[in-house]
Ligand binder design. Structure first.
Ligand code: 5GP
Ligand code: ZN
Length: 133
């Protein structure tokens, strides 16, 4: 997609520190890292959200995330993939963050507002989602 910055990075029209590339996947360092080694792994196929990407364009992504995690030597790290503005997505080309967590201050900070759900509510939700899979 012509206006997309990550498509431009894939094409080489915008420079990046490229870590990996094959026919389906591209990986590079994040320009505003949360920690040293913060990288982005993206499908070459343009789509805004995970659900917009064909399965065959996603198959290598986990392998590449693992490769980068090993290369950073990080003992603690997060994999993050945001979809939609409310979920903190800024760039509308699917991307997976690999974010080393070297200490409490650097890396990803996570709010985890866990809710208490009764077992019958959980079962109802389970049945609704399972029926659509
Ligand atoms: P999001 O919030 O959409 O999940 O994250 C987008 C990420 O893309 C941010 O961490 C941001 O720093 C990174 N980013 C945005 N523009 C560029 C760019 O031009 N080059 C690189 N390397 N990273 C970018
Ligand atoms: Zn794109």
């Amino acid at each position: 997609m012509a206006a997309c910055i990550f498509c431009k990075i894939i094409k080489g029209d915008i420079p990046s520190f490229k870590l990996f590339e094959n026919d389906k996947v591209f990986a590079f360092l994040d320009i505003q890292p949360l920690s040293k080694g913060h990288a982005l792994v993206i499908p070459k196929y343009h789509g805004a959200k995970l659900t917009d990407i064909p399965d065959d364009s996603l198959v290598d992504i986990l392998h590449v995330l693992k490769k980068i995690a090993v290369a950073t030597g990080a003992e603690n790290y997060n994999v993050l993939q945001n979809n939609g503005r409310l979920a903190h997505q800024e760039v509308d080309h699917v991307h997976f963050h690999l974010i080393p967590k070297p200490n409490e201050k650097e890396g990803l900070g996570i709010g985890w507002p866990a809710q208490k759900l009764e077992m019958d509510e959980l079962k109802k939700l389970f049945e609704e989602v399972k029926a659509k899979m």
